[in-house]
Design a protein around this ligand. Structure first.
Ligand code: GDP
Length: 193
């Protein structure tokens, strides 16, 4: 399981204590092996066993303060491209925001990311849901197959935000999740759920 750093413990939710501020559901999408679990582990540390059954896979919860306001993110790492189509469409329906991850060392995963973006658009046609495209594994400089510019261009075409990360170097991981919160808030115009 994840790493439980000194500052993670207080972030773990307690069932007895209601979370202050709004709670948002964020779904991780992307090919196997691109680093989804590594990213969410770094962010949230502890996997919430209580939430496992409910969502049929790995769920992580963490409170965080962004721009002075507290929020709870429930991050679902349940995506498997091979799973039944009913489960896939469930994943595409339940998120308040989506993080689509590819590996900068794997062009196929970059192409899958575009495909996922299209599926998501189809599934949530009328909605303006925040989507962040993430190029992970930037530490593997010599194995890079997808440039940062290509990632940015893809995000521009698909109308989503873009960030490059390295779970191995813990680079841009908090920035990624804070960015998700900001994107959700922007769409809600400051309204709390
Ligand atoms: P998932 O299948 O998308 O959840 O991917 P995982 O998080 O399980 O990661 C797959 C493999 O890639 C594991 O061996 C990770 O240690 C490795 N990995 C994940 N992120 C990075 C990264 O940023 N850099 C490097 N070098 N390896 C990574």
């Amino acid at each position: 399981l994840g790493r439980a750093g000194p500052d993670r413990a207080r972030l773990a939710p307690s069932m007895a204590e209601p979370s202050p501020g709004p709670r948002y559901r964020v779904v991780l999408l992307g090919d196997p092996g691109v680093g989804k679990t590594s990213l969410v582990n770094l962010f949230a540390g502890v996997q919430e066993r209580d939430l496992l059954d409910q969502h049929g896979g790995a769920a992580y919860e963490r409170r965080l303060t962004v721009d002075g306001e507290e929020t709870t993110l429930l991050v679902l790492d349940t995506w498997e491209p091979e799973q039944r189509s009913q489960r896939r469409s469930h994943c595409l329906q339940i998120g308040n925001a989506y993080i689509i991850v590819y590996s900068v060392t794997d062009r196929d995963s970059f192409e899958s990311a575009s495909e996922l973006r299209i599926q998501l658009r189809r599934a949530r046609q009328a909605e303006d849901i925040p989507i962040i495209l993430v190029g992970n594994k930037t530490d593997l400089v010599r194995c890079r197959e997808v440039s940062e510019e290509e990632g940015q261009a893809c995000a521009a075409v698909f109308d989503c935000k873009f960030i490059e990360t390295s779970a191995a170097l813990q680079h841009n991981v908090d920035e990624l999740f804070e960015g998700v919160v900001r994107q959700i808030r922007l769409r809600q115009g400051g309204k709390k759920s």
